[in-house]
Design a binder for this molecule. Structure first.
Ligand SMILES: [Zn+2]
Length: 267
């Protein structure tokens, strides 16, 4: 594939996309350093919220509420100017633990951004999917990325894990894990994201597994977005880890009304 001109939908910079190295993660905007993944998340967020994808630069401020889980600052700043959006963190204020969000967050948000987080949360991962659903208002939008593969099921590396420590021993990284029953186990060859000793991969999602997890949590309109959006510099590099959108159903009353109206409609 040859390079292509694009405008960054995050900073508005007009640039040229050259498909080198890791397309998904490598910075490919000379203005803000956004990657394909970051621009694709913003594209599908705006498309899902507004029904069109105008880019963040120059967007008029809206009351739409949103929350991010340790989002990249490069798009968190423009998102907070365009929407009533807050970026949150696990270790620092403003805090939000997707495995145990405070009651003040529940049912509050029109959108939730979760960028490569769910592969790192302690098992069961279903808790994170359930809480993502709980944070959203009826009709709210989840924009999710996780690395996934074509394996039939999600592979949990440490299924019974309750707590763990990552230790470097004689130049080798190992994981000391405590199970639910209190027993300790030693795991070799851990997979890290962001360099050795940093963020531990707890599971490798399968494409079907993520979709099933979202459906089990109650999400509808689940879509894995594999298309290119050349004008915004979105060129899917591979089929693993594409952006996913999913929606919390509209309110029960609206659904009920819809059913009644549908039932009353003559065939
Ligand atoms: Zn940019």
């Amino acid at each position: 594939m040859i390079g292509a001109a694009f405008t960054c939908n995050i900073c508005g910079h007009a640039g040229h996309f050259d498909p080198v190295g890791d397309w998904r993660e490598a910075p490919s905007c000379d203005g803000c350093g956004s990657s394909v993944r970051m621009r694709s998340m913003i594209h599908y967020l705006l498309d899902g919220l507004l029904g069109r994808s105008p880019g963040l630069a120059g967007l008029k401020r809206r009351r739409t509420t949103g929350v991010g889980l340790s989002d990249w600052e490069g798009y968190a700043a423009p998102l907070s100017r365009a929407f009533a959006y807050t970026n949150t963190f696990y270790h620092q204020a403003p805090r939000l633990d997707i495995c145990a969000p405070g009651k003040e967050h529940l049912g509050k948000y029109d959108f939730l951004m979760s960028s490569d987080v769910f592969e790192h949360v302690p098992p069961p991962a279903s808790r994170a999917f359930d809480n993502a659903f709980a944070l959203l208002r009826a009709g709210g939008l989840l924009v999710l990325t996780v690395p996934f593969a074509d394996n039939p099921d999600t592979i949990e590396h440490y299924p019974d894990l309750r707590s763990f420590a990552v230790v470097e021993l004689d130049g080798e990284w190992v994981v000391v894990a405590r199970s639910a029953d209190g027993s300790l186990a030693l795991h070799t060859n851990p997979v890290f994201h962001g360099g050795p000793g940093s963020t531990l991969e707890l599971r490798l999602f399968s494409r079907a597994g993520v979709i099933a997890d979202l459906a089990a949590a109650g999400f509808v309109d689940i879509e894995v977005h594999g298309g290119a959006v050349p004008e915004w510099g979105v060129f899917p590099p591979h089929h693993h880890g594409l952006p996913i959108t999913a929606r919390k159903p509209a309110s029960a009353i609206r659904k009920l009304l819809g059913r009644k109206l549908g039932a009353a409609r003559p065939n």
